[in-house]
Design a protein around this ligand. Structure first.
Ligand code: HEC
Length: 102
């Protein structure tokens, strides 16, 4: 019985271990390009995830971006209108495109 109490005291004490100093959570600011249509991207794309998902793709052709927007709508249920989808496609291609259509 004593062993159990002692054992649980040791386990519990580690839970109350004090951390010295302030803990800082790194804040990672993404470099987002402000361009025509950015407000539409902000309103439609950032409700589920950060801009990092877009930046991590690197420069891509227009077709790639169009398909990604469709994937967000059809696979993940993003409520994006046809009109907004086109604005977003143009923004992504203009700012994160590689100059190729396909
Ligand atoms: C309804 C929620 C939702 C919205 C709105 C949304 N996404 Fe996503 N997106 C997701 C999910 C879920 C993933 C997959 C996450 C994972 O695999 O970890 C994802 C992943 C991605 C990826 C990574 C590549 C891939 O194919 O998985 C890109 C690029 C992306 N989204 C772009 C966009 C863009 C551009 C918009 C705006 C048009 C957008 N997303 C809006 C839910 C959303």
């Amino acid at each position: 019985m004593k062993k159990i109490i002692l054992g649980s005291l040791i386990v519990a004490s580690s839970l109350f271990a004090q951390v010295k100093g302030d803990i800082e959570v790194p804040y990672i600011p993404y470099q987002i390009k402000m361009g025509k249509g950015f407000d539409t991207v902000q309103a439609n794309c950032l409700m589920c995830h950060s801009f990092g998902y877009i930046l991590n793709q690197g420069p891509q052709p227009r077709k790639f971006w169009r398909e990604k927007i469709h994937k967000m709508i059809h696979a993940f249920g993003a409520p994006i209108t046809k009109k907004d989808a086109k604005i977003i496609e143009d923004y992504l291609y203009a700012n994160y495109g590689n100059g190729k259509e396909k």
